[in-house]
Design a protein around this ligand. Structure first.
Ligand code: C5J
Length: 223
């Protein structure tokens, strides 16, 4: 059980023990990252999100090498949409709504190709994979129990999108008492200015929600 320190983390050093820390990969699904899915249907340039995949893969490899806990989430709904509030489905004017048939199957529906995690970041056997109906990872899921059962007290956040599902999940985790860090180059937004603002507001006021650090700092600490 080794205590590791990320001395370059913002706003001050972050200390964690990998045995009690989970790497959280939020919603790296085809529906957000590939053309023809939910993200694209909302008018977003999805290619921006693809840029983080190599760094995230390298971090995942380093994390797996020490045998620490990995949690993947997928934002998706039941085929009968019973867990999708009409307010969510009807909001805005997307080209495809949640549950509609698109080029990657029904949009944001569990089990459809689009709801799957991109092959480069496919979960390994034994890793936690949780479907979530909301933006935050605790709402309507057993994430809290799964993490506590494994003795997890610290979380490293990655995935998409920074200011929506990643930020919501990190805020919810902070309220539940987890020490949280967001990996700067392991997360991305369709809007670069929103990513920058999210990182700044999460770490402001003495890490009011948590810390941030680049993936290289985490990988270096693990070696
Ligand atoms: C969004 C997400 N942006 N995973 N979902 O709707 O951030």
């Amino acid at each position: 059980d080794a205590l590791l320190s990320l001395d370059t983390a913002a706003p001050f050093p972050f200390t964690f023990n990998p045995a009690h820390t989970a790497l959280v990969v939020i919603d790296m699904q085809r529906d957000f990252v590939e053309p023809g899915g939910f993200g694209a249907s909302l008018g977003n340039d999805v290619t921006r999100l693809q840029a983080i995949v190599p760094a995230l893969r390298a971090l995942l490899d380093a994390w797996r090498a020490v045998g620490a806990v990995v949690l993947h989430t997928r934002e998706c709904h039941r085929p009968d949409l019973a867990d999708c509030p009409p307010a969510k489905r009807l909001r805005g004017n997307p080209s495809l709504r949640i549950g509609d048939a698109g080029p990657m199957g029904r949009v944001l529906i569990a089990g459809e190709p689009g709801a799957g995690i991109i092959p480069e970041l496919a979960p390994a056997p034994g890793e936690l994979v949780v479907d979530k109906p909301g933006k935050g990872m605790f709402y309507g899921t057993s994430v809290d129990e799964l993490l506590r059962e494994r003795g997890i007290t610290h979380l490293l956040f990655t995935g998409v999108t920074t200011e929506v599902c990643v930020q919501t999940s990190m805020r919810e985790a902070n309220d539940r008492g987890y020490e949280c860090l967001i990996v700067e180059d392991g997360t991305e937004s369709y809007f670069p200015e929103f990513k920058a603002a999210a990182l700044a507001m999460l770490t402001a006021q003495g890490a009011i929600v948590g810390w941030s650090a680049p993936s290289s700092a985490v990988i270096q600490a693990l070696q």
